[in-house]
Every structure is written in structure tokens, then in C-alpha cells.
Design a protein around this ligand. Structure first.
Ligand code: COA
Ligand code: NAP
Length: 288
């Protein structure tokens, strides 16, 4: 008898699991909150009672996202242009958030930049750019928001990835940055716990319909069959999978949880084989 592998059900709406008011009165500050996964994370908190400030570089896009998110959730959302690499800009964003909402309870560090590149083709500036956005950006915004988080006994949620766990090819820049953020989260947890601040990580796996997934998926050449993904729970991720973990980690249900990394990936970091390894690392395309 041939058995069919299990496929996890699609994630249910967060309202089926979490009470609609659990974040009533809470203020979120999220970098990268105008698109993709971090927009989903912020929208989930809004739908459950929070208000938010979202920041990213592109002023027009972030303001448009804030308006749409406010209309769809009925909550106040402030969209601000700020580059997380620039301390003065993140300090201004923190100040504007507090001027508008009075405090910050939940800080999500989600802004990131990535692309596929062999180490040999990665320019010094390309490596620096990704470290600056992901790692330094996480430090910059956390430092800028720290006094507010101390006052509110707030929580920090850093968004990383599983890339470094298996040394994923063509991801030395992002994998190194995300691994350092995992480490930074433990330092935050231990040093800031006595101030009443929790710090945790969500490490998503491949999430459908995101920029990250589009940029990092290897496109098979003409005529080649796509390499199927080996995912223990049988399906690719949805933004809603990350929303559930966000609501749990930011809620009182997690009040004794700090310094942890929750991988939300259907188990696939343990099983995914690198695409066409080792042939592709020996003969990579010129610009991936
Ligand atoms: N492969 C190799 N190097 C690349 C690259 C690629 N696909 N894209 C950019 N670079 C290099 C550039 O050539 C430049 O290096 P150089 O000065 O030595 O030529 C360096 O990276 C910085 O590029 P630049 O375009 O000036 O940076 P930026 O700050 O404007 O943009 C990126 C940052 C490159 C990360 C851009 O992809 C981005 O803005 N990403 C945000 C969205 C995203 O990546 N989402 C997915 C998250 S998982
Ligand atoms: P995305 O939509 O491209 O999100 C990245 C966001 O960061 C964008 O809103 C971008 O907006 C912002 N940003 C980039 N550089 C910035 C800077 N210097 N300052 C401020 N904001 C900046 O990507 P995504 O795929 O949803 O990824 C979201 C997060 O999940 C990232 O941390 C990523 O590493 C992580 N992740 C994603 C996947 C996946 O499958 N997609 C898997 C694992 C981990 P602007 O361009 O306007 O600045």
C-alpha cells in the first residue's frame, strides 16, 4: 500500500484562536511593517486591539500601507519613512511614535534585505549592506526604543531565518546577519529581563507570496523540473502561520518566555537539500 504524506491544514484566521481584545491599548512599532510578513504580523496585532507605527525607507509605500492597514482593521496606524541603518532616523521614528501614541509596548525588528549571491561575487559593500540593514538595523531600533520599552515592560520580537543552521549556499551575508540577531536576542533577554522586557525570535521558513520567497527561490532553467521542497508538514508557509506565533509570543500567554527562537517552517530546515548541490556552487550563474 502506498501511503500519502500528510499535509498540514491551512492556518485558520487568528480570530478563531485569540480573543479580539488581547492587545487592546498596546502600541506596536514595527520595522518593515508595510509589506510581506511583517505587515501580516502588525495587522494581526491591530485586529486584536493594538495600534501601530510602521517604518521603512519608501515614504509613499509606507504611508499607503499604513492607510490600508488602518482601513482594514479600524485601528490607528502611523506610517513613517526611516532607514534602520541611520540612528538619527530611527530615533526620530521612536519620538514620533511616542508623540502620537504615548508609549511603545511591542517592538518588531523585521526590516531586511537579501538576494542570492556566491561569496566570490559578493562585493565588500554588498555584504556590509545586508549586515547594516538586518543586524545593525535591529540594534539601532532596539537601542532607540529601549527607554520606552523599559517604561512599558515591553517585548521585543526579532525576525530572523534558518539559513545559517545548515550553511545555505549563496546566503553567507543574510545567514550571518540573522545568526547574529539570534545571538543578540539572547543578550537582550538576559540583560533586559530584569527591566521587565522580554526578547524573542521568530524564524520563518519559506512563506508564499513574499518578496523574500520570490528573491531567494531558484528558478529552474527552461525544461528543468522544479525541485520539490521536502517539508515534513507537507506545505509551504503562509503569512498567517507567522501571525499566530506573533500573537502568542507578544501576549501574556508568553509572559515567562524570553530568549527563545521559534522556527515556523513546517520542519523544513532539517530536510531541505540545497538546490542542485554541489553543481550550482561550482558553476553559479553570473548574477543570481
Ligand atoms: N547580487 C549581488 N550583489 C548585489 C545584489 C545582488 N542581487 N543586489 C545588490 N547588490 C550589491 C550592490 O551591487 C551594491 O554593492 P556595490 O556597491 O559593491 O556594487 C550593494 O549590494 C548595495 O546595493 P544597493 O542597491 O546600493 O543597496 P540598497 O541599500 O539600495 O538596497 C538591497 C539593499 C540590495 C538589500 C535591496 O535588495 C533591498 O532594498 N532589499 C529590500 C527588500 C528585500 O530584499 N526583501 C527580502 C527580505 S528576505
Ligand atoms: P519584504 O516584504 O521585502 O520586507 C522587507 C521590508 O524591510 C520592506 O518593507 C522594506 O521596505 C523594509 N526595509 C528594507 N530595508 C530597509 C531599511 N534599510 N530600513 C527600513 N526598512 C527597510 O520581505 P519579506 O519576505 O516579507 O521578509 C520579512 C522578514 O521575514 C525579513 O526579516 C526576512 O528576512 C524574514 N524572512 C522571510 C522569509 C520569506 O520566505 N519571505 C523567510 C525567512 C525569513 P522599504 O523597501 O520601503 O524600505
Amino acid at each position: 500500500m502506498t501511503l500519502t504524506p500528510y499535509t498540514a491544514p491551512a492556518p485558520v484566521p487568528t480570530s478563531r484562536i485569540f480573543h479580539k481584545d488581547i492587545f487592546h491599548g498596546k502600541i506596536v512599532l514595527c520595522s518593515g511593517g508595510g509589506s510581506g510578513i511583517c505587515r501580516g504580523m502588525t495587522e494581526a496585532l491591530l485586529r486584536h486591539g493594538a495600534k501601530a507605527c510602521i517604518i521603512s525607507r519608501n515614504k509613499e509605500r509606507i504611508e499607503k500601507a499604513a492607510k490600508e492597514m488602518s482601513e482594514s482593521t479600524g485601528q490607528e496606524v502611523l506610517g513613517l519613512s526611516a532607514d534602520v541603518r541611520e540612528p538619527a532616523q530611527v530615533e526620530a521614528a521612536v519620538k514620533a511614535t511616542v508623540e502620537r501614541f504615548g508609549k511603545i509596548d511591542i517592538l518588531i525588528n523585521g526590516a531586511a534585505g537579501n538576494f542570492l549571491s556566491p561569496i566570490s561575487d559578493l562585493s565588500y559593500n554588498a555584504f556590509k549592506t545586508v549586515i547594516d540593514i538586518d543586524l545593525r538595523g535591529t540594534f539601532n531600533l532596539t537601542k532607540a526604543a529601549l527607554d520606552e520599552l523599559k517604561k512599558s515592560h515591553g517585548t521585543i520580537l526579532n525576525v530572523t531565518a534558518t539559513l545559517a543552521y545548515t550553511g545555505t549556499p549563496f546566503q553567507a551575508h543574510a545567514g550571518s546577519a540573522k545568526a547574529a540577531i539570534d545571538a543578540m536576542t539572547k543578550h537582550q533577554a538576559v540583560e533586559l529581563g530584569p527591566f521587565g522586557i522580554r526578547a524573542n525570535v521568530i524564524a520563518p521558513g519559506p512563506i508564499a507570496s513574499t518578496v523574500g520567497m520570490a528573491k531567494l527561490s531558484h528558478k529552474p532553467k527552461d525544461g528543468e523540473a522544479p525541485q520539490p521542497m521536502a517539508i515534513p508538514l507537507g506545505r509551504i508557509g503562509e503569512i498567517r502561520d507567522i501571525e499566530h506565533t506573533t500573537l502568542f509570543l507578544c501576549s501574556e500567554a508568553a509572559c515567562w518566555i524570553t530568549g527563545v527562537i521559534i522556527v515556523v517552517d513546517g520542519g523544513c530546515w532539517m530536510t531541505l537539500a540545497p538546490y542542485q548541490y554541489p553543481q550550482l556552487v561550482l558553476n553559479p550563474p553570473s548574477r543570481m
